[in-house]
Design a protein around this ligand. Structure first.
Ligand code: GLV
Ligand code: MN
Ligand code: MN
Length: 415
């Protein structure tokens, strides 16, 4: 068999992505497929049907992670894995996560139709609740699988209406029977859109991230005093929202003085009672700090927390701030990264080394075995929005690189 001649079917990959994008489609061209909703269930059902049609051995664990295994010649050796996630942000795009799963499905289809015999088993993985949009923190399925988070704790995570992750897993029928637990693997590759502007700006086809930035999330609660907005003089008010607004600006200002490559964001803010004629009493917001230099991120939070205390005191408000999640910096396997670059170049694709600013399930997989990611360009650098876009040819190019990496790692022989 001419391994080097194998290519993914670009039109079939496009059709898979388009058909997945219809599940939870929004009128503005995006998707709303929050984890463990009915739309997520439909996407899972579609994936399971596709895997079943290929004759793969399907396993669903009790975190709802879906695995499709294609047997190798030798069942006793470590498998090769690839995958990503099917859930999306509430106003998300069609490619984030979807490309990694549909790209892996396309690789499986090529292996099957070309009757490729691999030495090692090859496993496709679709991880539960990656986005952190409905259940926090993010990457829950892969974190439990890798042993980084406790399963009982994760099962109990509530969405904003109080439904727990376990209840929703059971409701959609995806609490599988096999216990969610790691196993050793030979290599794990995740194909993903870049979600940033670098590849497009540089005119490169394939990004080879060296790793993923460290990602710290904090919950901040500011409490003031509610009162009638009309009779209450401006002087002496304890307005929690005004205090929080100053804190948001402090977050915005942080990266320009902290040095390094940090980014800092307040993406979620809740106001109570949230009424035009009541002085805001309670505000809850999140602070997301990311950077390659973990110690800098740590120090920056200390500095920010000090500023928050000063702001709260000036406004007569109480402050409670705590870390809600942390993913340490991930460094990918240099050997796997080298292979991605070599295979891309052999396919005539230009490459670029970068760092992922977005979190990925691969961060947890990296604690179990050798991992790497394959990035393709995001048009306009847009992601986590319906405007998210990637060219079909770029999707296929990334999947071709994934195919080659999987063929090599799984030890292909002719048949
Ligand atoms: C996940 O998409 C993240 O980067 O937070
Ligand atoms: Mn993703
Ligand atoms: Mn995402």
């Amino acid at each position: 068999m001419d391994r080097d001649g194998l290519r993914v079917n670009a039109r079939r990959l496009q059709r898979s992505l388009e058909s997945l994008a219809r599940i939870g489609a929004t009128a503005d061209g995006g998707v709303d497929r929050l984890a463990l909703t009915d739309a997520d269930r439909q996407a899972r059902d579609a994936l399971v049907a596709w895997l079943d049609r290929l004759g793969l051995r399907i396993t669903i664990d009790d975190m709802g992670n879906i695995f499709g295994l294609r047997a190798g010649r030798d069942e006793g050796v470590r498998p090769v894995m690839m995958g990503s996630h099917l859930d999306s942000q509430s106003r998300g795009g069609r490619f984030d996560g979807a490309l990694g799963v549909m790209g892996a499905l396309e690789v499986m289809r090529v292996l099957e139709e070309s009757r490729v015999v691999t030495e090692r088993p090859v496993i496709l993985a679709a991880w539960t609740a990656e986005e952190g949009s409905r259940f926090t923190p993010s990457k829950l399925g892969s974190a439990v699988w890798a042993g980084d988070l406790d399963k009982e704790w994760v099962w109990g995570r509530p969405d904003r209406h109080g439904a727990t992750l376990l209840e929703e897993l059971e409701r959609i029928g995806y609490k599988g029977v096999s216990p969610c637990a790691r196993w050793p693997f030979q290599a794990y590759y995740e194909l993903h859109i870049e979600q940033g502007p670098l590849l497009e700006a540089a005119g490169r086809a394939i990004g080879v991230p060296a790793g993923i930035v460290s990602l710290h999330v904090y919950d901040v609660h500011v409490s003031g005093e509610a009162n009638q907005v009309g009779p209450t003089p401006m002087e002496g008010r304890r307005d929690a929202l005004v205090a929080a607004a100053e804190m948001v600006l402090a977050v915005r200002a942080l990266p320009s003085t902290a040095g390094g490559d940090m980014v800092a964001t307040v993406g979620m803010l809740e106001v109570a009672p949230n009424c035009y004629n009541v002085i805001p009493e309670d505000v809850h917001f999140t602070v997301d700090l990311r950077g390659w230099d973990e110690a800098l991120v740590e120090r920056s939070w200390e500095r920010l927390a000090g500023e928050f205390r000063g702001v709260a005191a000036r406004h007569g408000c109480r402050l409670h701030a705590e870390e809600s999640s942390r993913t340490g910096r991930t460094e990918f396997d240099p050997g796997l990264m080298r292979r991605i670059t070599d295979h891309a170049e052999a396919l005539g694709l230009s490459t670029m080394s970068l760092v992922s600013g977005a979190g990925h399930d691969t961060a947890h997989l990296a604690g179990v075995g050798p991992t790497a990611m394959i990035f393709v360009p995001s048009i306009g650098g847009r992601s986590h929005t319906p405007a998210e876009e990637t060219g079909w040819a770029d999707c296929a190019a990334g999947a071709d690189v994934l195919l080659r990496c999987i063929l090599e790692a799984s030890g292909t022989s002719g048949d």
